[in-house]
Design a protein around this ligand. Structure first.
Ligand code: NCD
Length: 338
């Protein structure tokens, strides 16, 4: 694809060379994300960050990524504090906001809403999650993390064995991740969910017709015995008709250190898009895994900054200028790693 000036709405926009390109640019962002160097390449540019659903990681890491490239961030969170609460249409909001900003990131509870907004926008729009549909930047950072974690074990994404666990019906991160993995070869996916929260059939069918192996089960322990990655997800309570309905599924698949030791291969990497639901009734990834070196959840979140920096640099066409506008940092720099 041509990145310059493009909206990033769905992972279906990408082919495999696009993914390689994004990852290559993300790798090059390391000195900046590590605060070894600063760059002013996006000096004068403004990111409009519009999050109409709760968000910690995605919103802040998009903002940090933009700041780390030298740009400024303006944001609005929640419908209550935006003119949408006064009846303004997405079209009008997009026309106005895109007059103020050079690029916009948006999260919204309705599927397709970010694409609708993008159509009216005068600047590129990046989808930060549209309902249960897609979360492209998360899938990219997930795949980037998978690649990085497996590289240290001399494995690549082709031939990957992965279990996706939890609410696969409403989880936009796993929808986007499956669509991305389709671009690789010979992926073995095990889908672990209650039958009512199964991965949408069209996504499963597309994986199979691209030659990948898809197994479906409700048995957690069996599913994690021979995988490279165990990717757990939260019950997406906000997508259910009631909390009571979500409660019936909460805590169904719990991974903790003793289950890990008993069933997983010694090097199985544990991932989660976060937030993990740490309440006793859910607790899909127990805190007793926190010292497990294969728990990649925080490395995954860290990688999000690199991948989002790469997306901004590509869409705003400054990849080749990032280093030109760089200098060393002159403040205390913690022992950050990536
Ligand atoms: C995810 C989301 O919002 O889809 N969070 C995130 O962006 N990392 C997953 C979730 O909320 O469970």
């Amino acid at each position: 694809m041509i990145f310059t000036g493009s909206h990033i709405l769905s992972v279906e926009q990408f082919d495999r060379p696009d993914i390689e390109r994004i990852f290559q640019v993300a790798d090059a962002m390391q000195p900046y994300a590590l605060r070894r160097k600063v760059t002013r390449v996006l000096e004068g540019a403004i990111l409009g960050n519009m999050f109409f659903e709760p968000s910690t990681r995605t919103r802040i890491s998009f903002g940090c990524a933009f700041n780390l490239l030298g740009g400024e961030v303006r944001e609005t969170t929640g419908f209550e504090s935006s003119a949408i609460a006064k009846g303004e249409s997405l079209y009008d909001t997009a026309r106005v906001l895109s007059g103020f900003s050079d690029v916009i990131c948006m999260r919204h509870p309705a599927e397709g809403s970010v694409a609708e907004f993008a159509e009216a926008s005068r600047v590129p729009v990046l989808n930060g999650g549209d309902g249960a549909n897609e979360h492209p930047s998360q899938a990219l950072l997930d795949l980037y993390t998978i690649r990085k974690e497996l590289a240290s074990k001399n494995r690549g994404i082709d031939g990957l064995r992965i279990a996706l666990i939890g609410d696969l019906k409403h989880g936009r991160t796993v929808h986007s991740l499956c669509k991305l993995m389709r671009l690789f070869k010979n992926v073995h996916i095990t889908l672990v969910s209650p039958a009512e929260l199964a991965m949408p059939e069209h996504i499963v069918d597309d994986m199979r017709s691209a030659g990948h192996t898809v197994a479906v089960t409700e048995d957690l322990t069996q599913s994690i015995t021979n995988v490279d990655i165990a990717y757990s997800t939260r019950i997406q309570e906000e997508r259910f008709a009631s909390k009571a309905e979500a409660d019936t599924y909460r805590g169904r698949f719990r991974l903790n250190q003793s289950i890990y030791t008993q069933y997983c291969e010694p090097n199985t990497v544990i991932m989660h898009p976060l937030p993990r639901d740490s309440r006793a009734e859910a607790n899909e990834l127990d805190n007793d895994l926190n010292q497990n070196p294969n728990l990649a959840i925080f490395r995954q979140a860290d990688n999000g900054v690199l991948v989002r920096m790469a997306l901004f640099a590509l869409v705003l066409d400054v990849v080749d200028q990032v280093d030109k506008y760089a200098r060393d940092v002159n403040w205390y720099n913690s022992a950050r790693t990536l």
